[in-house]
Ligand binder design. Structure first.
Ligand code: PLP
Length: 422
C-alpha cells in the first residue's frame, strides 16, 4: 500500500460485526481464565496482554501503523518523544557505554544525552554532521554503542547525509538511530538509506493538532545485534528477570523492540495512554495530506521571504541556494517539512516589533501544528540573554522560527506581510 493508504487503512482492521473505529482499550489489566496461561505470558513463553504499562492493544495498533509507514519490522509507542530517544539509546547502552551524537539536534535531546544520560554513566562525543567521514570516524571508541542524529534538525534545518552516517555506524559495528520527527515518513524514509532505528516525537506532525504528547520507536530489523554479543550483552546474553531468555535468540528481528518493551517499559514506565494513542491515530489518518500542504506552503513562504526587501536571510532546504538543497533533493524529494527560520534586516529589535504586529499567526513554543505558529527565541525562550550571551548559546539574535501551517497560503502571507512592513 502507498503511504496515503497506510495512514488510513493500517492498524485497526475490524472483522465481522466489530466497531468500524479503533476501540480505546481503557483498561489497566487483562483477564485470563487459566492461571497457567497467565504464567506463560509473564515468562514471555506466549504473547498476550497483561498490564497496560507494558502492552496495550490500542497502543499496539497505532505503533503498527507508524511501523508500516516507516517500513520497519516492529515498533512501540511511548509517552513522549523524549522517552522514545531515551529508551532507544538506553536499550543498547549502559554505564560505561558511549554514543556518537550529531551536534545538530533538538535541544531537549541534546540535554537528555549530553547531560542527563551522562549522569547515568553514558558518555557521548558530539560531531559536526557536515564533517568528512574521516573526521567523524575519530569520534568512535571501542565502547561506542550507537550513532544518533536527526534527519532534519530542529531548529537548525540541517539535512543529514543519512547514507554517510549509516556507513560510519556500520563500519564501527553499531546501529544508526535517526530522529525522523520533522520530515515524518511521508517525506523521508531513513531505513531506505541504511538507518537501523527510528524515533519520533509523535507530538509534532503525526499528531499535527497540538493535542497530545507522544513518542514512538521503530526498528528496521536490519541491524544484527547477535553478530556483536560483546558489544550488546543486554540483547545477546540471558535476561534473568525472564528466566534467562536471550532476546536475539528468542525474538530474532523483533529482539530490540521486545527488550525495550518488556524490560525498559516494565521498569521505567514511560507508557502512552490508550486515549492519547487514539488521538494520535486521528492525526495519522491525515498525515500524508497535511504534510503535502505544510511542505507546499512552506516552500511558497520561503520563496516569498527570500525576495522580501526587509528580510536578511532565509533558511529552508527547499531553496536552491540553501547549503542542504542537494541533500534534501536526494533524501526528501517531496520536501522537508513546514519549518523555516529567517532573520529580518532590522535584527532582534525588528523581530520583536514583528511579533507584536502578527494577527493570525500565534506566538507559541510549538512546531509542526496545523496552525501557523512562530517563535523568536531572543524575545521568548531566551529573553534573559543579551546578544553576546545568545551568540555563545548558538542562538542568532535575529532568528525567527516559523512553523508553517495548512491554512490558505494567501492568508499566511497576508499576515506576515503586514507584520514585516515598516
Ligand atoms: C519535540 C521534539 C522532540 C521531543 O519530543 P516530545 O514529544 O516533546 O518529548 C524530539 N525530537 C524532535 C526533533 C522534536 O522536535
Amino acid at each position: 500500500m502507498k503511504k496515503e493508504t497506510i495512514c488510513i487503512q493500517s492498524g485497526w482492521k475490524p472483522s465481522n460485526g466489530e466497531p468500524r473505529i479503533m476501540p480505546i482499550y481503557q483498561s489497566t489489566t487483562f483477564k485470563y481464565d487459566d492461571s497457567e496461561h497467565m504464567g506463560k505470558l509473564f515468562a514471555l513463553e506466549e504473547s498476550g496482554y497483561l498490564y497496560s504499562r507494558i502492552h496495550n492493544p490500542t497502543n499496539d495498533l497505532v505503533a503498527a501503523k507508524i511501523c508500516e509507514l516507516e517500513g520497519g519490522v516492529s515498533a512501540m509507542l511511548l509517552s513522549s518523544g523524549q522517552a522514545a530517544s531515551h529508551y532507544a539509546i538506553f536499550n543498547i547502552c549502559e554505564a560505561g557505554s558511549h554514543v556518537v551524537l550529531s551536534a545538530k539536534i533538538y535541544g531537549g535531546t541534546f540535554n537528555l544525552i549530553a547531560m542527563t544520560m551522562k549522569k547515568m554513566g553514558i558518555d557521548c562525543t558530539v560531531v559536526d554532521p557536515d564533517a568528512k567521514s574521516e573526521e567523524i570516524s575519530k569520534a568512535f571508541r571501542p565502547n561506542t554503542k550507537c550513532v544518533f542524529a536527526e534527519s532534519v534538525a530542529n531548529p537548525a534545518m540541517v539535512v543529514l547525509d543519512i547514507e554517510k552516517f549509516a556507513k560510519l555506524a556500520h563500519d564501527h559495528h553499531v546501529p544508526l538511530i535517526i530522529d525522523n520527527t520533522f520530515p515524518t515518513p511521508i517525506n523521508c524514509n531513513p531505513f531506505k538509506w541504511g538507518a537501523d532505528i527510528i524515533v519520533h516525537s509523535t507530538t509534532k506532525y503525526m499528531d499535527g493538532h497540538a493535542m497530545t504528547i507522544g513518542g514512538a520507536i521503530v526498528d528496521s530489523g536490519n541491524f544484527d545485534f547477535s553478530l556483536y554479543p560483546d558489544k550488546f550483552p543486554g540483547l545477546c546474553t540471558p535476561d534473568e528477570t525472564y528466566h534467562g531468555i536471550i532476546y536475539t535468540e528468542k525474538f530474532g528481528k523483533a529482539a530490540y523492540i521486545t527488550k525495550a518493551t518488556v524490560q525498559l517499559m516494565r521498569d521505567l514506565g514511560a507508557c502512552q495512554a490508550p486515549q492519547n494513542a487514539f488521538y494520535i491515530n486521528i492525526g495519522l489518518e491525515t498525515l500524508a495530506l497535511r504534510m503535502e500542504r505544510h511542505t507546499e506552503n512552506a516552500q511558497a513562504i520561503a520563496e516569498w521571504l527570500n525576495q522580501h526587501e526587509l528580510i536578511d536571510w532565509v533558511n529552508y532546504p527547499g531553496l536552491p541556494a540553501n547549503k542542504y538543497y542537494e541533500l534534501a533533493q536526494k533524501y526528501m524529494p517531496k520536501g522537508t517539512c513546514g519549518v523555516i527560520s529567517f532573520g529580518l534586516k532590522g535584527g532582534r529589535k525588528a523581530a520583536e516589533e514583528m511579533m507584536q504586529k502578527l494577527k493570525m499567526i500565534a506566538v507559541v513554543t510549538h512546531v509542526a501544528d496545523a496552525r501557523t505558529c512562530i517563535l523568536h527565541p531572543a524575545s521568548h525562550t531566551h529573553r534573559q540573554m543579551n546578544d553576546e550571551q545568545l551568540k555563545e548559546a548558538g542562538v542568532n539574535p535575529s532568528l525567527i522560527r516559523l512553523s508553517v501551517g495548512i491554512e490558505h497560503i494567501d492568508d499566511i502571507i497576508a499576515d506576515l506581510a503586514q507584520a514585516i512592513s515598516d
